[in-house]
Design a protein around this ligand. Structure first.
Ligand SMILES: Nc1nc2c(c(=O)[nH]1)N[C@H]1C(S)=C(S)[C@@H](COP(=O)(O)O)O[C@H]1N2
Ligand SMILES: [Mo]
Length: 389
């Protein structure tokens, strides 16, 4: 532990996650995550850390508070000057581009984009689903700068037979086997052409954090975070649904029909998750607050996959009555939307304050998440507790 703590102050702060050696979760909890602040480590190998809800109050998630979800061994070399991205497969003009090439050849754009892990909320399933026990904080909306994925695919000249992208990064499978990828996912070409998808090289106006995919990553907002390949080295186009690691079996898949909690589902029935469902998060106040006035200001963010949030309602009486919150439009498509409400609590006592978002298709957050074998897509409404003294 002492050696590990000493290492944390060294010049290569993330080196310890680039090794295949085991560090206990208990030791990881005590180590500072350089450049990150207040994150809760769920797993140290691979590193996964989420952000408490009240630390996600900013409209633009600070780099220090963007969650981390790694599946493999982080690359040691993240040099932006020598980094290259290969575009190949079913394209007329295969390309190998440096980050400088991307900056020079394509229009640079900046967008606020929600990245949410498909397993965010997994801890809320009963019976429990295996995997990282995310509570609420595997989500963030930072400001990403890069070039449009669509522009790069057009420049490469995707062929008519291409139907799916396949993404590769420089991280290594946990076994340490060279050339073995921990994760390689893709999206249908139609989603890939969404002009808000970025090949990003800046986060909040600065370099990407090493744990968020430096120096180059995809940001595919609205779909499971796993589509947003970090440490991006290659995008290839395919004429079949991509079958890389964590695309097949039950990974990022849910049954297409409702199942009973705990029921087993044949693998061949499982369907790839596309857009993430509507969701809201109360980021202020922090749950557990005691106040001495009956007036409570509640605020947070809401987001809805590929569509917009149409309304957010709040309740302080377990859903018996609801009050419409103020809801701001998104800064740009795929950014989360700020909501706020002033609630008058009728007497002293204990309250749960609930928020419930509804998307532009009229679909709302459920009270209880639909159970599925891998614990994905828990978008049950968020609740905090407040005491009026
Ligand atoms: N190369 C690579 N890309 C990756 C991953 C990974 O392990 N390796 N994890 C994915 C998953 S599951 C999620 S939820 C997001 C998380 O992005 P973040 O760590 O920047 O928050 O990155 C995705 N991209
Ligand atoms: Mo994820």
């Amino acid at each position: 532990m002492a050696a590990a703590a000493a290492m944390a102050g060294n010049a290569l702060p993330f080196d310890r996650w680039s090794r295949s050696g085991f560090i206990s979760a208990a030791a990881a909890q005590t180590l500072p995550l350089e450049g990150k602040e207040g994150l809760k480590v769920l797993n140290d190998r691979p590193l996964s850390a989420e952000t408490p809800a009240h630390l996600l109050d900013d409209e633009v998630t600070p780099v220090a508070r963007h969650f981390i979800r790694n599946n493999g061994i982080v690359p040691t070399d993240m040099n932006p000057d020598t980094w290259t991205l290969k575009i190949d497969g079913l394209v007329e003009r295969p390309m190998t581009l440096s980050i400088e090439d991307l900056r020079r050849r394509f229009e640079m754009v900046t967008h606020r984009l929600v990245i949410e892990c498909g397993g965010n909320g997994r801890a809320g399933f009963e019976p429990p689903a295996r995997g990282n026990q995310w509570t609420l904080g595997a989500v963030g909306c930072s400001e990403w700068t890069g070039v449009r994925l669509a522009d790069v695919l057009k420049a490469a000249g995707y062929k008519e037979t291409a139907i799916y992208t396949a993404h590769e990064g420089a991280d290594l499978h946990l076994s340490g086997t060279l050339g073995k990828l921990p994760i390689s996912r893709g999206v249908p070409l139609k989603k890939a052409m969404d002009p808000y998808n970025l090949i990003a090289f800046e986060m909040n106006g600065g370099p990407l954090h090493p744990m968020n995919g430096a120096p180059l990553r995809l940001v595919i907002p609205g779909w499971p975070g796993s589509c947003s390949q970090k440490w991006l080295t290659r995008i290839w186009l395919r004429d079949v649904v991509h079958d890389g690691p964590k695309m097949t079996g039950s990974s990022y898949r849910v049954p297409p029909y409702p199942v009973a909690p705990g029921e087993s589902v044949p693998e061949e029935d499982m369907r790839i998750i596309h857009a993430m469902p509507v969701k809201s998060l109360i980021t202020a106040p922090k749950s557990g607050l005691a106040i001495d006035t009956p007036e409570l200001e509640v605020a947070g963010h809401a987001w809805a996959g590929d569509v917009e949030v149409a309304r957010v309602d709040v309740s302080s009486d377990y859903g018996a009555t609801w009050q419409a919150a103020e809801l701001e439009p998104p800064h740009n498509p795929h950014a989360w939307q700020r909501f706020s409400a002033s609630i008058r609590l009728p007497s002293a006592g204990y309250y749960q304050v609930w928020a419930r978002a509804t998307d532009s298709n009229g679909v709302s957050q459920p009270f209880t998440p639909a159970w599925n074998p891998k614990g994905y897509l828990n978008n049950a409404l968020h609740q905090i507790s407040v005491r009026v003294t």
